[in-house]
Design a binder for this molecule. Structure first.
Ligand SMILES: [Zn+2]
Length: 528
């Protein structure tokens, strides 16, 4: 009985990862074996452990296991990957991935195609491919052999080329075609024997700054062509007619001299003795890279809800010699309101004077207004006097680090003034709708961070690495729109406090947040 129960429990507790075939993916960097990372197979797509893979590629990560999210950073770029979305947010832009990101235990598995995106390749100045189950990182090549195709009518060799490499080609004798690609970097030398009637063999080699392609035609290889086909370069050989429209070169003399070329027996050594067969390298399907969410053409004006934190009997954070948090929040919110009004948006505030508004009431006002965006304005505080800087938060199920949890707890102290409360069902329904806006909110947070950083005269630190955080803020939970909570600075820091109380800096802060909102709306195609 006990044992049966245990087995039942064990079955119920099976991690989701066991539903997918598990394995290892090897990583090769510039020809060196860098070991392997955990991987999963799901729907024909290989997913790799995002944290381990990023580290092997030399990037840095912040893993938010509880939120099923990971932030990946390489030089000049960062990406937010959230399970179970089939997309990556790279530098605040959404890029589609070929499969959903999977969270399993403390690991986040991301489609391997993420690491092959042009943004990652550019950041690392490397070319990254997935070949025979391995992630291969190489120098930035411009030409590579990808595939061969052999059938009864013709043989074809397919080459990857970057940004349209130029070449010259000629038939140097009855059986040999040579092509030269000037100033081209070859991925790797290839030497392959096809032993076929159209193409017997070929070599592709780097010769200084040039790449040389040498094709030995077979006895039926009387017509050949080297031409662009789609984004690839294709060498094709046939007896008479070639598939495709480009003009072909005919080697009509080929059948008049059979002595040299009829040597088709593999065991016989000939001029191509040095041609070693290489494993066929399959071209991996290109990742889908359509950008972003569909453009929403707004017929009505964009509605923005500004939420000055605290108010009335709830002063928020306070420090002697400073305005109270509720006053600082309201002052900057008014600057933000004026900025956005001037830009032509439909703007409302949850309070315009020193009154108390419940947290649920703030969400309700935003939803009744059918707000497209919600921005809550707050001032931070910490026991540690050295803590300082501007931060933007967006919601998630769980606070993502210890400090974020502290801030969330601090802001939620306002709950003691709360008269209404969400029912369990309300909370459950809201949390189900969460992910829909989490990515949008994270993008909005990125734009606000960038523009507050750019705005001169604020004098509060904006740290690129940790200015964006997530926490379980009650005030953000019920809002049915992208929502962020801005912590303008720390009232507990003498330096920040001086700036927070400075009139010019207050206006700059309002303008900076406003510019970030406008930038986000433009980037999302919601305004022109
Ligand atoms: Zn606050």
């Amino acid at each position: 009985m006990k044992k049966a129960l245990f087995v039942l429990l064990a079955a119920l507790l099976l991690p989701a990862s066991l539903l997918h075939a598990q394995g290892k993916t090897d990583i090769y960097i510039l020809g060196r074996d860098k070991g392997s990372v955990s991987s999963l197979q799901a729907g024909g797509v290989t997913l790799v452990d995002a944290r381990a893979t990023t580290k092997k590629l030399g990037g840095s990560v912040e893993l938010y296991a509880a939120a099923k999210q990971i932030k990946v950073a390489f030089p000049g770029m960062y990406a937010i990957l959230s399970a179970p979305l089939a997309e990556a947010v790279i530098n605040a832009q959404t890029i589609k991935l070929p499969a959903e990101i999977i969270a399993s235990g403390s690991k986040i598995f991301v489609p391997v195609q993420f690491f092959m995106l042009p943004q990652v390749e550019k950041a690392l100045d490397r070319q990254i491919t997935f070949e025979n189950g391995a992630l291969v990182v190489e120098k930035n090549f411009t030409l590579a052999f990808t595939d061969k195709e052999q059938n009864a009518a013709y043989d074809r060799l397919r080459f990857f080329q970057k940004s349209g490499v130029s070449f010259t080609s000629e038939q140097t004798n009855k059986h040999t075609v040579e092509a030269v690609f000037p100033n081209t970097v070859l991925k790797r030398n290839v030497s392959m024997r096809l032993k076929d009637d159209f193409i017997r063999s070929f070599t592709l080699t780097q010769r200084g700054k040039d790449v040389l392609l040498k094709v030995i035609l077979g006895k039926k290889g009387q017509t050949w062509r080297l031409a662009q086909e789609g984004s690839d370069l294709v060498f094709a050989a046939a007896e008479k007619t070639l598939p495709g429209a480009a003009p072909a070169v005919s080697s009509d003399e080929a059948d008049t001299d059979e002595a040299e070329e009829l040597d088709l027996t593999p065991s016989v050594s000939g001029t191509d003795e040095d041609l070693r067969p290489l494993p066929v390298i399959k071209a991996e399907p290109q990742p889908v890279m359509t950008s972003g969410a569909p453009v929403i053409k707004e017929k009505r004006k964009i509605r923005i809800m500004i939420d000055p934190g605290h108010g009335g009997k709830d002063p928020g954070a306070t420090r002697r010699g400073s305005s109270q948090e509720k006053t600082l929040n309201l002052t900057v919110s008014k600057h933000l309101y004026n900025y956005l009004k001037k830009q032509g948006f439909d703007v409302k505030m949850t309070r315009t004077n020193d009154t108390f508004v419940t947290l649920a009431g703030r969400s309700k006002m935003a939803n009744d207004f059918q707000a497209d965006l919600f921005v809550s304005v707050h001032t931070n505080a910490a026991k540690r006097a050295a803590a300082n800087g501007f931060e933007v938060y967006f919601r998630s199920d769980k606070a993502t680090d210890k400090e974020a949890a502290e801030v969330a707890a601090f802001e939620n102290e306002a709950l003691q003034y709360e008269e209404a409360h969400y029912s369990f069902v309300d909370m459950l329904l809201e949390s189900m709708a969460k992910n829909e806006f989490m990515n949008e909110s994270s993008k909005l947070a990125g734009h606000i961070r960038n523009y507050v950083y750019k705005e001169p005269g604020i004098g509060i630190a904006v740290r690129q690495n940790n200015a964006i955080r997530q926490a379980n803020f009650y005030v953000l939970r019920g809002v049915k729109a992208p929502a962020v909570l801005v912590e303008m600075g720390y009232i507990s820091s003498a330096k920040d406090r001086a700036r927070l109380n400075n009139k010019a800096a207050q206006k700059r802060m309002g303008d900076g947040i406003g510019k970030g909102i406008v930038s986000y709306l433009k980037a999302e195609g919601k305004i022109k």
